[in-house]
Design a protein around this ligand. Structure first.
Ligand SMILES: Nc1ncnc2c1ncn2[C@@H]1O[C@H](COP(=O)(O)OP(=O)(O)OP(=O)(O)O)[C@@H](O)[C@H]1O
Length: 455
């Protein structure tokens, strides 16, 4: 057992490294820049947390979300080994809490190994910049880590303007400090953009296959109308699906709007007697934390959410993710569906569709009608990102290979086995029957394009 195995076991409780983790860690420990592309749940955090424990000085982790940094710090300080000294700085802290963090960082030999910050703080806080510069002068600034690095690129689905400025701050003040960028979503365009903006174009790139064989992907047509009992067929189908998973199966239902979260959650609770709650960005932080905690502990079985829910939530045993509405982009779909089965066990990702979904999505993406050039350009850009959806409705091709193709990964469909409905149907020699939809869908898409182009 070498030092890396030892620390992995004793500090993080892992008996082995996952694919690429050791190679990334070895590169990082040589103080080289690196770019890591690993699927959701692949184990990116260890790639910088383990080097942070071994290295001299402080590792600064730039993270887009408060909840993400709080979860990470909580997990670090409570590791089985007795904890890794970690902390964060954010806008929600009291002055006293911030002062305590600064006074730790200003010690001659700070004990804290990882500091989580938002990009906004790195860019805007003069106090933080000068504290980090002082650590740098004393050889106590080990490296920068850019988590969710796709936020750097305007082609990524979560573009954050302050992420873009990280490269400038790094080049002007910390040019010799190595940088590690990690993401679970990057097309070639995003990857090139991130590497160039962060000034790390010639660094090694580590990629792990995005194929997750434990996720069974399926696409199902929503039933329409009413059941014989007069109930909405669409919602009843959802209730039946969740009940069939069993009471202990934890899940997420993604819907398109805040209003939908409330109506769907209310139906599941009242008509289906399922413990469900809505979640969206319009709720207070306190309400959101409560839903997250209740769901994480198993008190709540299902969260009915907009895309505001999920980033950074490390719940290993999510058994199903249902898309009750289409995602806004393929990256979004992949990331949302990927929240299922982080523990590697069999889990289901179901995409439900109805005839009006694409035009509705396009209207939403455009943010209403308008004739201005900016609106038009924005609408076309978003539509471009949504254009992939018909591919997912294919009734023959392997869904994993459709997705991975989009991310530029070559994937032999045979590798899927029975991990998607189309491959499963082929295996069972029972071709799918819903061919009518396949014929009609491009018409809807065309209609949507016309709608955007000429309004
Ligand atoms: N070598 C390992 N052995 C066992 N478990 C591991 C290993 N590496 C990571 N894990 C576990 O896998 C889970 C996912 O890891 P992590 O949170 O780092 O994923 P991630 O790649 O950051 O995902 P996301 O993109 O969703 O943030 C965690 O529960 C983590 O403890």
């Amino acid at each position: 057992m070498d030092l890396l195995d030892f620390v992995n076991l004793k500090v993080f409780g892992n008996s082995a490294f996952r694919e690429q983790q050791r190679r990334v860690i070895e590169t990082v420990l040589k103080d080289r820049d690196a770019f890591v592309l690993m699927p959701t749940g692949g184990g990116k955090s260890l790639c910088y947390q383990l080097p942070a424990v071994i290295s001299r000085g402080l590792t600064v982790v730039i993270s887009p979300l408060l909840s993400l940094m709080q979860d990470q710090v909580r997990a670090l300080v409570t590791t089985a080994s007795g904890g890794v000294p970690a902390t964060y700085l954010n806008s929600q802290q009291t002055e006293r809490e911030k002062r305590a963090v600064f006074s730790e960082l200003q010690k001659e030999q700070p004990t804290v190994k990882l500091l989580y910050i938002t990009p906004e703080q790195l860019v805007a806080s003069a106090a933080l910049a000068s504290t980090l510069e002082s650590l740098q002068r004393r050889g106590l600034l080990a490296r920068f880590v850019v988590d969710e690095a796709h936020c750097v690129s305007q082609w990524g689905h979560d573009f954050r303007p302050d992420y873009k400025k990280i490269g400038e701050v790094k080049a002007s003040k910390f040019s010799r400090i190595p940088i590690l960028a990690l993401t679970a979503t990057a097309t070639d365009k995003v990857k090139t953009d991130v590497l160039s903006i962060l000034g790390m174009s010639s660094c090694p790139v580590f990629t792990v296959s995005f194929f997750r064989s434990n996720l069974v992907l399926s696409v199902v047509k929503k039933p329409t109308g009413r059941t014989p009992e007069g109930k909405p067929a669409e919602l009843e189908a959802l209730v039946n699906y969740i009940k069939a998973q069993g009471k202990n199966a934890s899940g997420i239902i993604y819907v398109i709007s805040r209003d939908n979260t409330a109506t769907v959650a209310a139906y599941l609770k009242e008509e289906g007697e399922i413990s469900a709650h809505s979640y969206h960005a319009g709720m207070t932080p306190k309400q959101r934390v409560k839903v997250q905690n209740d769901w994480r502990s198993g008190e709540l079985q299902v969260v009915v959410a907009t895309i505001a829910f999920g980033m950074g939530i490390d719940k290993p045993d999510v058994r199903f993710v249902v898309h009750y509405s289409l995602s806004k982009s393929i990256e979004g779909y992949y990331q949302e569906a990927g929240r299922a089965g982080r523990d590697g066990k069999h889990s289901e990702c179901v995409l439900l569709y109805a005839a009006g979904d694409i035009p509705r999505l396009v209207r939403l993406l455009r943010g209403g009608r308008g004739r201005s050039k900016a609106k038009f350009t924005k609408g076309m850009e978003l539509l471009n990102k949504a254009r992939w959806h018909p591919a997912l409705f294919d009734i023959v091709a392997c869904r994993h290979s459709l997705l991975l193709d989009y991310f530029g990964e070559r994937f032999a469909a045979g590798r899927c086995g029975q991990a998607c409905d189309n491959c499963l149907a082929r295996h069972m020699h029972s071709p799918r029957q819903d061919t009518v939809w396949q014929v009609h869908l491009p018409v809807h898409l065309l209609q949507a394009c016309v709608d955007v182009s000429f309004s």
